[in-house]
Write a protein that binds this ligand. Structure first.
Ligand SMILES: Cc1cc2nc3c(=O)[nH]c(=O)nc-3n(C[C@H](O)[C@H](O)[C@H](O)COP(=O)(O)OP(=O)(O)OC[C@H]3O[C@@H](n4cnc5c(N)ncnc54)[C@H](O)[C@@H]3O)c2cc1C
Length: 401
């Protein structure tokens, strides 16, 4: 039986393991973290196309357990003016709309599902290198251990080590000039916000957002603008008080409940910088490939990173199932995926930049946004949200018998 080494058990890794298993390929997953916990990014919107990808491996039920429907978002200016609403796309044929969930909840649910289906996930195994030998590949880990397989799928996220092994000249990540911070406040309510609809505020000096959750709490996040890239040490040194003081100052002239939210948010508050990967020239070499954020990370503003990782995870297994050999499967996968994912990364970068607009850009943005939102509503975004991942039909036409 063909064995795939899957590096990373974030979002793409466990789903790739399930899809490979469904394609008749044995998958061994290796996760660098000792427990697999990656709590960064408190909230995640999983748009309908991501749920459709999960349906291809009969795993769409997983998200219903951790998320709640989020069919649309409402946009406001810092002065409290309603700029418009934007749909998160049509629901799937079975009625499932886009879902909102804690990021850590999705990670845990996907891993549990993969393990329940017999996948092995080895924790504390940080991939450091790989050597292709003929049609096989040997992965090496930081603890000195090795693993051998017929192919290797790098699902190791935006700072991918597999990407560097495939192409040592791969470009670095790109800093997107906003920070992220957010969390959950149990038992907090605010007026005028329907359950499940994100209220997105283009504040005068900072983008901030909140959502009333069905369990009677409040989810929130903010994107304080920051032109130069902060160091990890600088962010780690910021105390809860530093964050509260900064966020309150940035939003002091905005209308809405953000000051109460910032004061009520339980600590520890931790913020992080935002990055994307506009283009990764080389996705595969021999029997090694990268998928998900490792191949095409988008800034969180696109709301599509997880969905694209899920699409990749299923489609790579479909090509491996149907192509005559591994390099052909990888080539056809890239041929199908590259244009779509890079278009979405561009879309995400534009959204992030609008959150970091300067004084003049802000005036223009607030004046043009209502029209922009109306046009966006009319524009057909089906190419993003109604994308369907096909599983049953062969990905490669087979010669007639
Ligand atoms: C703040 C924030 C908000 C976001 N919001 C959204 C959203 O609303 N909607 C959306 O669709 N997407 C969102 N995203 C993006 C989404 O989380 C990512 O696109 C998605 O997680 C990518 O999945 P992945 O499996 O490719 O990578 P990841 O989920 O990052 O998983 C990579 C895994 O690999 C492991 N790993 C890394 N290096 C190694 C190594 N050397 N050896 C072994 N294991 C390793 C990591 O520990 C991790 O478990 C957001 C991201 C952030 C940061």
């Amino acid at each position: 039986m063909t064995t795939a080494l899957v590096i990373g058990a974030g979002i793409a890794g466990p789903v790739a393991a399930m899809a490979l298993q469904k394609a008749g390929i044995h998958a061994k997953v290796f996760e660098g973290h000792p427990t697999g916990a990656d709590e960064l990014g408190s909230w995640l919107t999983l748009q309908a196309n991501g749920i459709d990808a999960l349906a291809a491996v009969d795993a769409q039920h997983v998200v219903r357990g951790v998320g709640f429907p989020q069919p649309s978002m409402r946009f406001l200016s810092g002065s409290g003016r309603v700029l418009g609403r934007m749909s998160n796309g049509a629901p799937l044929a079975d009625g499932t709309p886009t879902q909102m969930m804690p990021r850590a909840g999705l990670y845990a649910a996907l891993r549990d599902e993969a393990v329940a289906r017999g996948a092995s996930i080895a924790y504390g195994r940080r991939f450091v290198d790989a050597t292709p030998t003929g049609t096989r590949v040997t992965a090496r880990f930081a603890d000195g251990s090795t693993a051998e397989g017929d192919l290797l799928v790098g699902c190791d996220g935006i700072r991918s080590c597999v990407r560097q092994v495939i192409d040592p000249a791969a470009p670095p990540v790109r800093y997107v000039p906003v920070l992220n911070i957010g969390g959950f406040i149990p038992g907090m309510t605010v007026p005028d916000a329907p359950v499940g609809e994100f209220q997105m505020v283009f504040g005068k000096r900072c983008f901030w957002a909140y959502v009333v959750t069905p369990d009677g709490g409040l989810g929130w996040f903010a994107n304080p603008p920051r032109a130069d890239e902060p160091t990890a040490a600088e962010l780690a040194a910021m105390t809860d008080e530093d964050w509260r003081t900064w966020l309150l100052a940035l939003t002091a002239s905005d209308r809405g409940p953000f000051a109460e939210i910032v004061r009520a948010a339980p600590g520890p508050l931790a913020g992080w910088a935002t990055y994307d990967m506009p283009t990764v020239p080389t996705w595969h070499r021999g029997t090694m490939i990268v998928i998900g954020d490792a191949a095409h990370a988008t800034s969180p503003a696109a709301g599509q990173g997880a969905a694209m990782a899920l699409e990749d995870a299923v489609l790579i297994a479909r090509f491996l199932r149907d192509a005559p050999d591994v390099p052909t499967a990888f080539r056809l996968f890239e041929q199908l995926r590259r244009e779509r994912v890079e278009r979405i990364v561009k879309h995400g970068a534009r959204s992030s930049n609008s959150k970091a607009a300067g004084p003049v850009g802000r005036i223009l943005r607030d004046a043009l946004l209502p029209l922009g939102l109306r046009m966006a509503q009319k524009q057909n975004t089906d190419w993003i949200h109604a994308h369907h991942v096909e599983w049953e039909t062969p990905a490669v036409s087979r010669p007639a018998a």
